[in-house]
Design a protein around this ligand. Structure first.
Ligand code: NHR
Ligand code: GAR
Length: 192
């Protein structure tokens, strides 16, 4: 299963995938390329260190979302992916893009969906006095963070948690969840 990862930033989820692959734990999945919309993304360095081809496509070079998404499709399809993985990718995608990768496009979202779609999930969960936060892997559909849930993990919130400590705890859970889902998809253990 050929996997293309889209990133925008730190790339710690990407690093978890790289590490599982290096340890032979990613099933039949193989990361064939990493594409970032931000030139400064640390994840590009992580991919480079692992010998994975990288590309940068800045959304700022396009006048609208569909022009960017169209160019992004051209970049991605060179690698003939069976799966496109959003790993901290921070641009909302048009329905044209999403439809092109129907059943081949997944996202990691840092909340217990359907709660807290969109941005600033940890701040909102803390503000609402939630007892649990978490992370969700879901199929991407045109409607933001609303596609079918593949798998999610809960992370307990403690009274001392701040946005920063909660983010770190949830990220830690993400780093086990995402590789295990991609492994299971590659082995046919998860149905579309
Ligand atoms: N696109 C579609 N169509 N559907 C989804 O479910 C998507 C998606 C694109 C990205 C990830 C997502 C998340 O997990 C994701 C899911 C970015 C924003 C956002 O508001 C929201 C959700 C997600 C990613 N982005 C701003 C924008 O204008 C830019 C913010 C920034 O650059 O920091 O695109 O939550
Ligand atoms: C992760 O927490 C991921 O769930 C979240 O951004 C972080 C990326 O970290 N994704 C979103 O908020 C998508 N809107 P990483 O770059 O270190 O993998």
């Amino acid at each position: 299963m050929r996997v293309v990862c889209l990133i925008s930033g730190e790339g710690t989820n990407l690093q978890a995938l790289i590490d599982w692959q290096a340890d032979g734990l990613l099933g039949d999945a193989r990361i064939v390329a990493v594409i970032s919309n931000a030139a400064a993304a640390l994840g590009l360095e992580r991919a480079g260190n692992a010998g994975i081809p990288t590309k940068i496509l800045s959304h700022r070079d396009f006048s609208n979302r569909s022009a960017f998404d169209h160019a992004l499709i051209q970049f991605i399809d060179v690698y003939e992916p069976n799966l496109v993985v959003l790993a901290g990718f921070m641009r909302i995608l048009t329905s044209g893009f999403v439809t092109h990768y129907e059943k081949r496009l997944i996202n990691m979202h840092p909340s217990l969906l359907p709660k807290y779609k969109g941005l600033n999930t940890h701040k909102r969960a803390l503000g609402a006095g939630e007892k649990n936060a978490g992370a969700t892997v879901h199929w991407v559909t045109p409607e933001l963070d609303a596609g079918d849930i593949i798998r999610q993990v809960e992370v307990p919130i403690s009274a001392e948690d701040t946005e920063e400590t909660l983010k770190a705890k949830v990220l830690d859970a993400e780093h086990r969840l995402y590789p295990s889902v991609i492994r299971d998809l590659s082995l046919g253990l998860i149905k579309c």
